[in-house]
Ligand binder design. Sequence first.
Ligand SMILES: NC(=O)c1ccc[n+]([C@@H]2O[C@H](COP(=O)([O-])OP(=O)(O)OC[C@H]3O[C@@H](n4cnc5c(N)ncnc54)[C@H](OP(=O)(O)O)[C@@H]3O)[C@@H](O)[C@H]2O)c1
Length: 275
Amino acid sequence: MSPEGRTAGADRPLALVTGASAGLGLEMARVLAQRGWDLVVTARSPAPLDALAEELDETCGAWVFVSARDLSHPDGPDRLIADVEATGRVVQGLVNNAGFGQLGPYPDLDPDTERRMLRVNVDAVVRLTRAFLPGMLERGRGWILNVGSTASFVPGPRMATYYATKAFVLSYSEALHEELRASGVGVTCLLPGPTPTGFQERAGVVAHRRARPDRERVRAVARAGVDGALAGRRRVVVGWRDRLSALLPRALPRDWVTTVVRRHQEGRMGGGESA
Ligand SMILES: NC(=O)c1ccc[n+]([C@@H]2O[C@H](COP(=O)([O-])OP(=O)(O)OC[C@H]3O[C@@H](n4cnc5c(N)ncnc54)[C@H](OP(=O)(O)O)[C@@H]3O)[C@@H](O)[C@H]2O)c1
């Protein structure tokens, strides 16, 4: 869709949401539109983004601009940034949500997929932050919501690179939150535990307990993330299970926790206890 394709809302602020075609990103886009935000939505698949734009125009009167880009492509983030700039609107909120994982014995995992994961889960987060943070700082207001994971707190055997990307996201977000405290710009990290979206299938998870369709859980996590970002919170963890996953690794020996995570992930590969 061209930037001229829709009329920008009069006073509504604008947020950019990555990974808005499905799962948590789709729900966070819906929540933001309900809270009065216009949006730039991005993912690789244009059809669900177009459908979302139409839905949010009808239901919330939101102006939604679609930029279908592949963030695993070396030029993907720059193309997205150029699309956003071409709208002539300023980004006041940024949701770095796009991401994916890869499960299996490390030597067997596809190195190209791993490289693409690093680009989407880490490089795009940094490049989009670098692109939109300076404007927020100049205006003295804005927020960035980065999607980490309960995986951010522990090493993840059988999903080593994914867990490491999410550890990066948490560390980066917390550090920026602290550094920018007096700036008017908030940086928040949303840390979901297992949430039934397309994530598990794409990661190659064969067996898992909580992957039954549960749109309410996806919505609750999305709502908490958006509200946490709008309130300038440092971290958002939703529900007692995820709070436990965040707390226990700090209280228990790290080597033991790493072994527990390995067993858990091996269960998700289909060869043992499922989770
Ligand atoms: N679900 C969970 O259990 C869980 C737990 C903790 C953290 N998270 C994190 O939550 C975030 C959202 O995941 P989700 O659960 O909502 O998964 P999802 O349903 O698979 O959605 C992932 C989103 O990212 C987009 N995406 C994937 N690869 C992309 C690429 N190369 N370029 C641009 N966009 C891309 C996908 O769109 P296209 O496929 O159309 O590109 C989709 O919109 C991720 O960062 C994930 O790590 C999820």
